[in-house]
Design a protein around this ligand. Sequence first.
Ligand SMILES: C[S@@+](CC[C@H](N)C(=O)[O-])C[C@H]1O[C@@H](n2cnc3c(N)ncnc32)[C@H](O)[C@@H]1O
Length: 275
Amino acid sequence: MQTREGVKIVRDGPVSFVRRELSMSPTRQRLWQDHLGTTILPVTRTFADTSVAPQSHLSVPDVWGQAGPLIVDIGVGHGESTFAGAVQHPQANFLAVEVYRPGLAKLLDRVVTDGLTNVRMVEANAPEVLDHMLPAGSAQEIWIFFSDPWQKNRYHKRRLIQPKFLDQVARALTPGGVLRLATDWSNYAAQMREVADAHPAFENLHPGRLAGPDSPLTLARLHGTDDDTPQPLEEALDDVGGWAPRFETRPVTSFEAKAQRAGRYIFDLTYRKIS
Ligand SMILES: C[S@@+](CC[C@H](N)C(=O)[O-])C[C@H]1O[C@@H](n2cnc3c(N)ncnc32)[C@H](O)[C@@H]1O
């Protein structure tokens, strides 16, 4: 919905998150305040405290102070993947996007303690960051690891990986840029693959890989790891494949460790934006 001045006052659809507890220790709060406006990017809001006003464009060289590739990590949780990437690739510029402030504060703590200069963070709704902060074609890579699965059918509309969101990702990526996805929920993995394989802007970098009985999707269905009833092989068989090898920079985060303990399979997908 828009006001007469053209400023949006509500979102068009459901968001992919529920805002959690915002409380932080006094030390973390001070750290947050000290870096607000620098490492924590300032955001002009419109209607909600996770919104991003239109025309909030970032200039990568101005914000990071170096002209390296931009890597955007979406829904970083406690920031383990951003931190690992930033340590391994000091020439690259990292943007951590998250609505959960204590998670970003934890990442900030590690960034400051280790003296990393290539990480910036934004506390905001990812689709709005893609639309309003990132110039078209500005990102070399976009990472979305263990996006909230919204397991129940009636909540699938809240899942981040949908055709419209991939339009937003495609706009932000440079031609040849890479989208990396990972999840531990087989049903969401199948949706991610279906939506991204069908999207005209993307090509799967590992078409057909692990199709058949070795597919993690086949195995997950056989074992009923989404808390589903195990399926017989003829129904479980994934004859499409396309699963990527584990992205080597991706650390085992607390979310992944929990999934492993629960016996769920891990699905990686990698797509390139077709130029
Ligand atoms: C399951 S956690 C995964 C965290 C991390 N990527 C990992 O691999 O451990 C998903 C995170 O995505 C965040 N998130 C969900 N929807 C978001 C959105 N629209 N914009 C920004 N962050 C979002 C949630 O707050 C949550 O911290």
